[in-house]
Write a protein that binds this ligand. Structure first.
Ligand SMILES: Cc1ncc(COP(=O)(O)O)c(C=O)c1O
Length: 396
């Protein structure tokens, strides 16, 4: 092979994100004039709240256009430390334990890079967010997938976790509320998993990016708040994308024991330097004006909840599809294996025949399922459901 086409093992082995690919395909079809019903996007369809945008514009006007300190603007780190202590119950947190990154995705990657070396194993509950196994492989680690299907509420139990941990295990990834299933672990369920991690002396990465997107009165719990010992073992990652409709801003967060936060800041200083400086001022406004933020999130949740009910009822009415009631994030993850086709074929044919975009479950480690996001309009949900029902009855 010509050297001009040489790709590293990392570049040649990585799969591109299937969720971004579906979204790009749907957007390209729509740009070409097709009437596409997109259920692929993992982003709220609302605009960023005006007061957050204004704070960013003000920062730009004031010349906040230079490098920021690698781990983040000090005021933002302090506000985040305060939020995680007061709201999430993580005790004794210092601002130095907080790192702001260009996106929650990068926060996850840095967390993994900071504790995983070649050959180390990482337990990943499936269905999982598409990027976890790829990030683990990029860090030289080995993903150990533990599956929990619809019957188990898409939640792994302590026995499964214990059985998956070997002397090479370094990290367990938890994600509640979950992408792609919308499952939310109870406090008792999380405590039982964290107990196993502590007993086996492995780290936990808790991805809490959907912490505010909860329905049916369920609550969110941060594993790092469970005990002093847990705070020493848990890396909490999150970001502003989902809560405040800030996907394009690229702002992620990480809270970790001091030595890990320090290592993450060093990794960031040698890779991305810092999250965009003026964008961080928008995040400061989101945290400083908690009342306005709560109101904006509350409005969004009311709309999401209505759409969730609509999509759930519509999916449950289609023969061959089994859909559980998800209580978090903005996804439903129905089982479609009853229709007799694998999820990749199903999604490809559905997009071709009916111009409905869904993400096949294979990329989430669950080929019997597909993911639909209800972060889309009511009219798309109604139209998309009618097309989906027609497509499924033609398959039967
Ligand atoms: C579970 C989970 N974690 C992290 C992220 C990263 O989000 P962002 O990089 O936009 O902050 C996403 C985005 O889809 C996600 O679903």
């Amino acid at each position: 092979m010509s050297k001009a086409h040489y790709l590293s093992p990392w570049a040649s082995n990585i799969s591109p994100s299937p969720t971004l690919a579906v979204d790009a395909k749907a957007k390209a079809l729509a740009a070409a004039g097709e009437d596409v019903c997109g259920f692929g996007a993992g982003e709220p369809d609302f605009d960023t709240p005006e007061f957050i945008k204004e704070a960013c514009v003000k920062a730009l006007r004031e010349g906040k256009t230079k490098y920021a300190p690698a781990p983040g603007v000090p005021q933002l780190r302090s506000l985040l430390a305060e939020k995680y202590q007061k709201e999430n119950g993580i005790q004794g947190l210092e601002a130095s334990q907080v790192v702001v990154s260009p996106g929650g995705k990068f926060s996850c990657y840095l967390a993994i890079l900071s504790v995983i070396g070649p050959g180390d194993e990482v337990v990943i509950p499936a269905p999982y967010w598409v990027s976890y196994p790829e990030m683990v492989k990029l860090a030289g680690g080995v993903p150990k997938v533990v599956f929990a299907g619809q019957e188990a509420g898409f939640k792994i139990d302590p026995d499964q976790l214990r059985a998956a941990i070997t002397p090479k295990t370094r990290l367990v990834i938890l994600n509640s509320p979950s992408n792609p299933t919308g499952a939310v672990y109870s406090r008792a369920e999380l405590e039982a998993l964290v107990d196993v991690a502590l007993e086996k002396d492995v780290y936990v990465m808790s991805d809490e990016i959907y912490e505010y997107l909860l329905y049916d009165s369920v609550s969110h719990h941060s594993p790092a708040s469970f005990s002093k010992e847990a705070a020493e073992r848990v890396i909490t990652v999150s970001g502003f994308s989902k809560t405040f409709s800030m996907t394009g801003w690229r702002l992620g967060t990480l809270v970790a024991p001091a030595p890990i936060a320090k290592a993450v800041a060093a990794l960031q200083s040698q890779t991305s330097s810092n999250a965009t400086t003026f964008a961080q001022y928008g995040a400061i406004a989101a945290l400083e004006h908690a009342d306005q933020s709560r109101a904006a999130v509350g409005e969004m949740l009311t709309v999401f909840d209505r759409r969730r009910e609509k999509l759930l009822a519509g999916l449950q009415a289609i023969e061959g599809i089994e859909c559980a009631r998800a209580q978090g994030a903005f996804y439903l993850f129905p089982k479609i294996s009853g229709l007799g086709v694998d999820s990749d074929t199903f999604a490809t044919r559905l997009l071709e025949a009916e111009k409905v975009a869904v993400v096949p479950g294979a990329g989430f480690g669950a080929p019997d399922y597909m993911r639909l996001s209800y972060a889309t309009s009511d009219s798309v949900i109604e139209k998309g459901l009618a097309r989906l029902a027609r497509f499924c009855s033609a398959l039967a």
